[in-house]
Design a binder for this molecule. Structure first.
Ligand code: SF4
Length: 180
């Protein structure tokens, strides 16, 4: 087992489908190797409620579509030494950004009135205010590493994490070679 201090990693999903996190779990047996070298200190995959004050690597899935997404992206940028955009929604806006072609009222009508048969109503509570337009993560905060793909493959995620653990910036060509 390594005697190096463990790298701390935090992950979150913003406006995403969780598929990028599922791809992370597709590391399968490599997860065992990973936990020998990193501490996942905050993530939907662990039971921590607060992002620590300082984290080595922050990984964000999903685009910035709401005030909550924006707040979380800014908090990750503030507290994480290195910020990774994971997946096409984070990197380009992808599926969530499709609503940028329509007015917000029309989108809400479609989702909460036109496609609903039981109590159609636009929620006014417990739903974060939506922002217009939807943006990729780097549209609001500085991003250090981009990992495209919908979702990125487990091999691509492993390639990036392996480089970060080794203290190197990931080679973009390596990520592309492993594909999405
Ligand atoms: Fe889901 Fe694809 Fe977006 Fe990842 S990039 S959150 S898999 S839609």
């Amino acid at each position: 087992m390594s005697t190096q201090p463990k790298i701390t990693i935090a992950t979150a999903w913003l406006d995403g489908c969780s598929g990028c996190h599922m791809s992370f779990l597709d590391l399968d047996e490599r997860l065992i190797e990973l936990v020998e070298q990193v501490d996942i200190v905050y993530s939907p995959l662990v039971d921590t409620k607060e992002l620590p004050e300082q984290v080595d690597v922050g990984i964000l899935e999903g685009s910035i579509s709401s005030e909550d997404d924006l707040e979380k992206a800014r908090l990750f940028r503030e507290r994480c030494t290195l910020l990774v955009s994971l997946g096409d929604c984070a990197v380009t806006g992808n599926v969530p950004a499709m609503r940028n072609h329509f007015k917000l009222d029309a989108v809400l009508d479609r989702a909460y009135r036109e496609n609903v048969t039981l109590q159609p109503q636009i929620p006014t509570r417990s739903v974060p205010a939506l922002l217009t337009p939807v943006k990729p993560v780097h549209g609001e905060v500085k991003v250090d590493v981009f990992v495209p793909g919908c979702p990125p493959s487990a091999d691509a995620i492993w390639a990036v994490l392996s480089e970060l653990i080794a203290g190197r910036a990931p080679d973009p060509n390596a990520v592309t070679r492993f594909g999405a």
